[in-house]
Design a protein around this ligand. Structure first.
Ligand code: IMP
Ligand code: MG
Length: 177
Protein backbone atom coordinates (compact mmCIF):
# COMPACT_ATOMS: atom_id res chain seq x y z
CA UNK A 1 0.00 0.00 0.00
CA UNK A 2 1.46 3.28 -1.13
CA UNK A 3 1.21 6.57 0.77
CA UNK A 4 3.04 9.34 -1.01
CA UNK A 5 6.57 8.01 -1.60
CA UNK A 6 6.48 5.14 0.91
CA UNK A 7 5.30 1.53 0.82
CA UNK A 8 3.37 0.09 3.75
CA UNK A 9 2.20 -3.41 4.64
CA UNK A 10 -0.75 -4.59 6.77
CA UNK A 11 0.07 -4.80 10.47
CA UNK A 12 -2.96 -4.66 12.82
CA UNK A 13 -6.37 -5.42 11.36
CA UNK A 14 -9.51 -3.52 12.26
CA UNK A 15 -10.89 -6.67 13.95
CA UNK A 16 -7.78 -7.05 16.11
CA UNK A 17 -7.94 -3.38 17.08
CA UNK A 18 -11.65 -3.52 17.96
CA UNK A 19 -11.15 -6.61 20.12
CA UNK A 20 -8.39 -4.88 22.05
CA UNK A 21 -10.48 -1.71 22.49
CA UNK A 22 -13.25 -3.74 24.07
CA UNK A 23 -10.74 -5.10 26.62
CA UNK A 24 -9.29 -1.67 27.41
CA UNK A 25 -12.78 -0.26 27.85
CA UNK A 26 -13.74 -3.11 30.15
CA UNK A 27 -10.78 -2.24 32.40
CA UNK A 28 -11.62 1.47 32.31
CA UNK A 29 -15.31 0.85 33.04
CA UNK A 30 -14.31 -1.17 36.06
CA UNK A 31 -11.54 1.14 37.34
CA UNK A 32 -13.56 4.35 36.93
CA UNK A 33 -16.98 3.24 38.08
CA UNK A 34 -18.44 6.03 40.23
CA UNK A 35 -15.60 8.43 39.35
CA UNK A 36 -17.15 10.31 36.41
CA UNK A 37 -13.84 10.53 34.54
CA UNK A 38 -12.96 13.03 31.86
CA UNK A 39 -11.23 11.67 28.77
CA UNK A 40 -8.80 14.10 27.19
CA UNK A 41 -7.87 12.89 23.72
CA UNK A 42 -4.88 14.33 21.91
CA UNK A 43 -5.57 15.58 18.40
CA UNK A 44 -5.07 14.83 15.63
CA UNK A 45 -3.92 11.25 15.94
CA UNK A 46 -6.26 10.02 18.67
CA UNK A 47 -9.55 11.03 17.05
CA UNK A 48 -10.52 7.59 15.77
CA UNK A 49 -9.23 5.70 18.82
CA UNK A 50 -11.23 8.03 21.10
CA UNK A 51 -14.38 7.69 19.01
CA UNK A 52 -14.23 3.89 18.96
CA UNK A 53 -13.18 3.57 22.59
CA UNK A 54 -16.02 5.87 23.66
CA UNK A 55 -18.59 3.48 22.20
CA UNK A 56 -17.37 0.80 24.60
CA UNK A 57 -17.40 3.10 27.65
CA UNK A 58 -20.56 2.50 29.64
CA UNK A 59 -19.93 4.67 32.72
CA UNK A 60 -20.84 8.37 33.06
CA UNK A 61 -17.92 10.31 31.61
CA UNK A 62 -16.94 13.40 29.64
CA UNK A 63 -14.88 13.57 26.49
CA UNK A 64 -12.82 16.52 25.33
CA UNK A 65 -9.93 17.13 22.96
CA UNK A 66 -6.66 19.03 23.14
CA UNK A 67 -3.94 19.71 20.67
CA UNK A 68 -0.22 19.88 21.30
CA UNK A 69 1.54 22.31 19.03
CA UNK A 70 5.22 21.74 18.70
CA UNK A 71 7.64 23.94 16.86
CA UNK A 72 11.33 24.68 16.69
CA UNK A 73 12.20 27.93 18.39
CA UNK A 74 14.31 30.37 16.47
CA UNK A 75 16.16 31.78 19.48
CA UNK A 76 16.77 28.93 21.85
CA UNK A 77 17.71 25.38 21.15
CA UNK A 78 15.23 22.56 21.38
CA UNK A 79 11.58 22.13 20.75
CA UNK A 80 8.92 24.33 22.20
CA UNK A 81 5.53 22.84 22.95
CA UNK A 82 2.24 24.47 23.65
CA UNK A 83 -1.02 22.81 24.43
CA UNK A 84 -4.33 24.31 23.44
CA UNK A 85 -8.01 23.64 23.59
CA UNK A 86 -8.77 22.57 27.16
CA UNK A 87 -11.91 24.51 27.93
CA UNK A 88 -13.16 22.65 30.99
CA UNK A 89 -11.73 22.68 34.48
CA UNK A 90 -10.10 19.42 35.52
CA UNK A 91 -9.51 20.45 39.10
CA UNK A 92 -10.45 17.57 41.37
CA UNK A 93 -11.37 15.38 38.39
CA UNK A 94 -10.23 11.93 37.36
CA UNK A 95 -8.48 12.43 34.01
CA UNK A 96 -7.70 9.80 31.39
CA UNK A 97 -5.39 11.12 28.66
CA UNK A 98 -6.04 9.31 25.37
CA UNK A 99 -3.16 9.11 22.89
CA UNK A 100 -2.70 7.34 19.57
CA UNK A 101 0.91 6.36 20.22
CA UNK A 102 3.65 6.88 22.77
CA UNK A 103 6.96 6.96 20.95
CA UNK A 104 9.72 9.00 22.65
CA UNK A 105 7.15 9.97 25.28
CA UNK A 106 7.98 13.68 24.88
CA UNK A 107 4.43 14.67 24.01
CA UNK A 108 2.74 12.81 26.81
CA UNK A 109 5.35 13.90 29.34
CA UNK A 110 4.75 17.51 28.40
CA UNK A 111 0.98 17.10 28.61
CA UNK A 112 1.18 15.45 32.02
CA UNK A 113 3.24 18.33 33.37
CA UNK A 114 0.72 20.85 32.08
CA UNK A 115 -2.34 18.96 33.28
CA UNK A 116 -0.90 18.35 36.77
CA UNK A 117 -0.69 22.11 37.29
CA UNK A 118 -4.49 22.17 37.22
CA UNK A 119 -4.73 19.84 40.22
CA UNK A 120 -6.77 16.94 38.92
CA UNK A 121 -7.62 14.23 41.43
CA UNK A 122 -5.80 11.64 39.28
CA UNK A 123 -4.30 11.27 35.79
CA UNK A 124 -4.00 8.05 33.83
CA UNK A 125 -2.81 7.41 30.28
CA UNK A 126 -4.55 5.29 27.69
CA UNK A 127 -2.60 4.79 24.51
CA UNK A 128 -3.48 2.61 21.54
CA UNK A 129 0.14 1.96 20.64
CA UNK A 130 3.38 2.01 22.61
CA UNK A 131 6.93 1.71 21.28
CA UNK A 132 8.93 0.76 24.40
CA UNK A 133 12.26 0.86 22.56
CA UNK A 134 11.79 4.54 21.70
CA UNK A 135 10.74 5.74 25.17
CA UNK A 136 12.98 8.43 26.69
CA UNK A 137 11.05 9.06 29.90
CA UNK A 138 9.91 7.15 32.94
CA UNK A 139 6.20 6.91 32.36
CA UNK A 140 3.44 4.90 33.85
CA UNK A 141 1.17 3.85 30.99
CA UNK A 142 -2.05 2.59 32.53
CA UNK A 143 -3.90 1.29 29.48
CA UNK A 144 -1.93 0.10 26.45
CA UNK A 145 -3.56 -1.37 23.36
CA UNK A 146 -0.50 -2.82 21.67
CA UNK A 147 3.23 -2.75 22.37
CA UNK A 148 4.94 -2.53 19.01
CA UNK A 149 8.54 -2.51 17.74
CA UNK A 150 10.19 0.69 16.64
CA UNK A 151 8.54 0.69 13.19
CA UNK A 152 6.74 3.60 11.61
CA UNK A 153 3.00 2.95 11.42
CA UNK A 154 0.01 4.63 9.77
CA UNK A 155 -3.75 4.31 9.72
CA UNK A 156 -6.52 4.42 12.31
CA UNK A 157 -5.80 8.08 12.99
CA UNK A 158 -2.03 7.96 12.57
CA UNK A 159 -0.54 9.75 9.60
CA UNK A 160 2.45 9.86 7.34
CA UNK A 161 2.93 13.51 6.42
CA UNK A 162 -0.76 14.17 6.96
CA UNK A 163 -2.04 11.20 4.95
CA UNK A 164 -3.37 7.79 5.93
CA UNK A 165 -5.41 8.75 8.99
CA UNK A 166 -8.59 7.50 7.32
CA UNK A 167 -7.45 3.89 7.00
CA UNK A 168 -9.41 1.42 9.15
CA UNK A 169 -6.44 -0.88 9.69
CA UNK A 170 -2.91 -0.09 10.85
CA UNK A 171 -0.03 -0.50 8.42
CA UNK A 172 3.70 -0.46 8.98
CA UNK A 173 6.50 0.76 6.81
CA UNK A 174 7.66 -2.02 4.54
CA UNK A 175 11.24 -2.96 5.30
CA UNK A 176 13.50 -2.72 2.28
CA UNK A 177 14.92 -5.99 1.06
P1 IMP B 1 6.39 11.19 21.06
O1 IMP B 1 6.25 12.60 21.55
O2 IMP B 1 7.76 10.93 20.49
O3 IMP B 1 5.97 10.14 22.06
O4 IMP B 1 5.49 11.04 19.79
C1 IMP B 1 4.18 11.33 19.86
C2 IMP B 1 3.60 11.69 18.52
O5 IMP B 1 4.42 11.42 17.37
C3 IMP B 1 2.41 10.79 18.37
O6 IMP B 1 1.28 11.34 19.03
C4 IMP B 1 2.25 10.72 16.87
O7 IMP B 1 1.49 11.80 16.42
C5 IMP B 1 3.67 10.83 16.35
N1 IMP B 1 4.20 9.48 16.03
C6 IMP B 1 5.11 8.76 16.72
N2 IMP B 1 5.36 7.58 16.13
C7 IMP B 1 4.56 7.53 15.03
C8 IMP B 1 4.34 6.53 14.00
O8 IMP B 1 4.92 5.43 13.97
N3 IMP B 1 3.44 6.87 13.03
C9 IMP B 1 2.75 8.05 13.03
N4 IMP B 1 2.93 9.00 13.96
C10 IMP B 1 3.82 8.74 14.96
MG1 MG C 1 -0.32 12.41 18.15
Amino acid sequence: MQIKDLDFEPYLSRATIQQQLAKLAEDINRDYAGKDPIFIAVLNGAFIFMADLARHISIPSEITFVKVKSYEQLQSRGEHREFIGLEVSIQGRHVVVVEDIVDSGNTIQFLLQQLRQQNPESIAIATLLFKPEALKHTLDLNYVGFQIPNDFVVGYGLDYDGFGRNLSDIYKLKSEE
